[in-house]
Design a protein around this ligand. Structure first.
Ligand code: GAL
Length: 388
């Protein structure tokens, strides 16, 4: 999917952190770029390849510049960027608003303009900006404003991905500070409880997402299957296929950036089917990037047991409708069409398409009822059909 302008759609790509943490090097990054092209990720819309924490030396050089670790990146960052660009992809890197990154490497505090120029000279297209070791007396908003300004004036078009874990009421100020996406949650872990917790935490955040500044629910764990060398992310590692599918559907319906976190060199067929589901991706990448609204199905015990419906109004007038059952046990979830704005009197109907099964379900009037297994979801695309 062509980006009209940087940050217009929720960014899509891959990030090294979830699986590899400190164990990164240029061969790995190049292989990910190759896989993006050869296995269809690029065609599906994924474009940014992002190196997270642990890429630099622990000290700046005598001129105060950040230095790529020559053991991990012997050819240097410019050469790596060139390789990624030669594949028609974009290159992302990572720094931090504090004095140090979370893993203890130099942060950009008080070096914002210098580092932004450095990233631009390497050919960086995306900067993830973390929140560790922020001097207590400094205001986070100011530091994100600073880096946003530095990037905008770096001479290169660089997407700004803010990462302050949803703290300090970030949704109130991050769009005007200049970020293109911002973490609206804490860190994800490769387990179902984490996915559920992050999704539930976003129910009141929908009004804040939109073109040029997207709510970021953190990187995807789809396909990780417990394979992380990070103790935090890998705790109680792994999800079922159904849970990974529901995770991806939630991130798509909620408009989150889609940053893959698994080792895509080893992705199995189900992982690819989920990550490259074109119908889910089309909902996520819809041009108007509207936040979802939530319908809590009656009766109350259905809602209490983890069932809800997310609806997203799409640019062409269609509705994306996601029936989610995050609870235990199979449930029937009813949808009344008047809750979508359809009028009973004039009797408009909905032509429904199942985005996972990839099949037309037919034309329905008044209501639709779907049975959703535990931890699963049903994602439909509805087209309004006049009653004549
Ligand atoms: C965390 C951040 C993670 C990852 C990590 C690197 O603060 O939320 O996504 O970037 O730091 O140390």
């Amino acid at each position: 999917m062509e980006n009209i302008k940087t940050g217009f759609h929720p960014p899509m790509g891959w990030n090294s952190w979830n699986t590899f943490t400190w164990d990164i090097n240029e061969d790995l990054i190049k292989q990910v770029a190759d896989v993006f092209v050869e296995e269809g990720y690029k065609d599906a819309g994924y474009e940014y390849i992002v190196i997270d924490d642990c890429w630099s030396l622990k000290q700046r050089d005598e001129n105060g510049n950040l230095v790529a670790d020559p053991e991990k990146f012997p050819s240097g960052m410019k050469a790596l960027a060139d390789y990624i660009h030669s594949k028609g992809l974009k290159f992302g890197m990572y720094s931090c608003a504090g004095t140090h990154t979370c893993a203890g490497y130099p942060g950009s505090f008080e070096y914002e303009f210098q580092d932004a120029k450095q990233f631009a000279s390497w050919g960086v297209d995306y900067l993830k900006y973390d929140y560790c070791y922020k001097p207590r007396a400094m205001d986070g908003e100011l530091l994100y404003r600073r880096m946003a300004l530095a990037l905008k004036n770096s001479g290169r078009d660089i997407l700004f991905s803010a990462c302050n874990w949803g703290e300090d009421h970030v949704h109130d100020w991050i769009r005007s500070a200049g970020a293109h996406m911002y973490r609206s949650t804490g860190d994800i872990q490769d387990n179902w409880d984490s996915i559920k917790r992050l999704a539930n935490s976003q129910m009141d955040k929908a009004p804040f997402t939109g073109n040029f500044c997207h709510n970021d629910m953190d990187m995807l764990v789809v396909g990780m299957r417990g394979g992380s060398n990070n103790d935090f992310i890998g705790t109680i590692g792994g999800c079922t296929d159904t849970e990974y599918k529901t995770h991806f559907a939630l991130w798509c319906m909620m408009g989150s950036p889609l940053m893959i976190g698994c080792d895509i060199r080893k992705a199995d067929a189900m992982t690819k089917r989920i990550l490259m589901n074109k119908n889910f991706i089309a909902i996520n990448q819809d041009d108007e990037a509207r936040g979802f609204y939530v319908l809590h199905p009656e009766p109350q015990w259905l809602t209490d047991s983890g069932c809800f419906i997310l609806v997203k109004v799409l640019a062409d007038g269609d509705l994306a409708i996601g029936f989610f059952n995050l609870g235990e046990g199979q449930r029937g979830i009813p949808l009344q069409f008047w809750d979508l704005g359809l009028s009973t009197a004039s009797g408009e109907m909905l032509s429904l398409y199942d985005c996972w099964e990839e099949k037309e379900l037919g034309v329905f009037k008044g209501q639709y009822h779907v049975v959703v297994p535990s931890h699963d979801c049903v994602i439909l695309r509805g087209k309004i059909v006049p009653n004549d």
